[in-house]
Design a protein around this ligand. Structure first.
Ligand code: SAM
Length: 242
């Protein structure tokens, strides 16, 4: 099966994903909250609560983007130490750093350029690794999940929040219409990137979800892998231990 990429089959997915997020960074936060009617914030909080149960001290937010997940974790006092976020898009990170500066939270969150498939950290240094709406965009999913496993300490926890596909009527039909019709049309106008909001449903469609994703987590070395579907299956939180 051909990989789903933002622009062209001639270039690698990673390079194109970084370019796409650089292109849409200016409107990313607005469209995220607009399209989800703010529900994405509730999902992030649920995911953070699931990680908080494990009482982590050092946490890494992979594919941090504009830092919404990391900032929410700070707001919810997830850790006493600084949260580190990494992303391959400088444009998204720049937006995130603006938000951190506005809040004066430079001592609480730090955003760095970094690739999930080759994380710039030693082995076994984080108690928790979290990633929201990121894994679907990885060029090599297993490589990303394996490298996150490497930086987790023994018994550390991975939390993944990602879109999935509702299976039942009427959510399935409504989701299809909204995701493949409404969002690309509005996204194109507001983000000024024709492909970004077409790539979104395309990438969700081919992304392994549910039991298949749990299986991949196990193949990457995780155990006690569980999932929690949200909003009739529009998104899923996966939790796994090292
Ligand atoms: C949909 S955004 C999610 C951002 C943020 N986590 C959130 O919840 O809003 C996906 C992010 O994944 C990043 N990304 C994709 N592949 C990556 C990789 N290999 N390493 C690090 N970040 C990556 C993109 O640059 C983008 O900022």
């Amino acid at each position: 099966m051909k990989p789903v990429v933002p622009y062209t089959e001639e270039r690698g997915k990673k390079e194109q994903v970084a370019e796409m997020f650089n292109n849409i960074a200016h409107s990313y936060d607005f469209l995220n909250h607009f399209f989800s009617l703010g529900i994405d914030k509730i999902w992030r909080r649920k995911a953070i609560r699931m990680l908080r149960e494990e009482q982590p001290k050092r946490v890494l937010d992979v594919a941090t983007g504009t830092g919404d997940f990391a900032l929410e974790a700070v707001r919810m006092n997830l850790v006493s130490e600084k949260i580190i976020g990494v992303d391959i898009s400088e444009g998204m990170l720049a937006k995130g750093r603006e938000k951190i500066a506005q809040k004066g939270w430079e001592q609480k969150v730090e955003l760095r350029l970094g690739d999930s498939e080759q994380l710039p950290f030693d082995d076994h240094v984080f108690d928790g690794v979290m990633v929201a709406f990121g894994v679907r965009n990885f060029q090599d999913l297993k490589k990303g999940l394996t490298d996150m496993h490497r930086v987790l300490r023994k018994d550390g926890t991975l939390i993944v929040l990602e879109f999935s596909k509702p299976k039942k009527f009427p959510m399935k039909q409504l989701f299809g219409f909204y995701f493949q019709g409404v969002m690309p049309a509005i996204g194109r106008i507001v983000s000024k990137d024709r492909r970004a909001y077409e790539y979104l449903p395309e990438s969700v469609k081919v992304h392994p979800e549910g039991e298949a994703f749990l299986q991949i987590l196990q193949e990457c070395g995780y155990h006690n892998c569980t999932r929690r579907p949200l909003a009739g299956g529009i998104a899923t939180i996966y939790k796994a231990k090292k």
